[in-house]
Design a protein around this ligand. Sequence first.
Ligand SMILES: O=C[C@H](O)[C@@H](O)CC(=O)C(=O)O
Ligand SMILES: [Zn+2]
Length: 284
Amino acid sequence: MDQRYATNPTQIPGMTTSDLRAQYLVPELFVPGEVRVTYTHHDRIVLGGAVPAGSDLELTGYPEIRSDYFLEHRELGIINVGGTGTVTADGEVYTLVTGACLYLGRGIRSVVFADAVASETTSPDTAAGAQFYLFSAPAHTSYPAALVSPGEGTVRELGDQVTSNRRTLNQYIHENGVQSCQIVMGVTSLHPGSMWNTMPAHTHDRRTECYLYFDLPEDARVIHLLGERDETRHLVVADRQAIISPSWSLHSGVGTSAYSFVWAMAGENQAFDDMDAAPVSELK
Ligand SMILES: O=C[C@H](O)[C@@H](O)CC(=O)C(=O)O
Ligand SMILES: [Zn+2]
């Protein structure tokens, strides 16, 4: 398990591009036939990718979390960013089409990822192979497993075409949706011609947030902003790469093309609007 200790904003000014990437970018989560995970000590979030590539893939325990099985002390949000696949949780089979979100609570012993069997679904996405994005946080009680179809969460329309930030935000795991201990999770999609996410930007000192950019063309990139509002840096991010934003960090980006991203948070509270606005005129 890739493990990263927590960082402090006073470290940012001395960091090179590769230092920043080593701390905040998770470049390769989706590897065929593997479950890849990164543990950040920021709010003890585990990020992962599971790509069954034709075989069953099991989510195991890891020495770093000192648990007999992965969900012994944790909860997990899963969003499928590939073709249709299944997640089997203690024998219960959930079919996740592209963009679907599954919540699994503390105490589930067995989690198995697989591609959908072609005859079981009419989805044209099946041939593509499932790619499950995983976001896990410590949990102190168990909430029921819940599957949400793409677009069936709480929808917020944000931004404006005139400022190139028209986007649709879909909240899946949140205060008024699927219940969890800590996780707040959803997907935001940029409308064609819009390139900016989360601008005007914000921080939320009470939560760490991670973004996974996807549906970005292979030759396109997102210029992702991070750091405190008066000391910003950027990372150039490709399709299916994730970024860890500590509580003190901005998280906003502009693409060279439209894209979508999974956003997911954990920390002190789950109040989505508990944000500290960072007006454009305050950014440096
Ligand atoms: O704290 C909330 C997160 O930063 C995202 O949900 C913001 C977002 O998806 C957007 O503005 O496009
Ligand atoms: Zn945020």
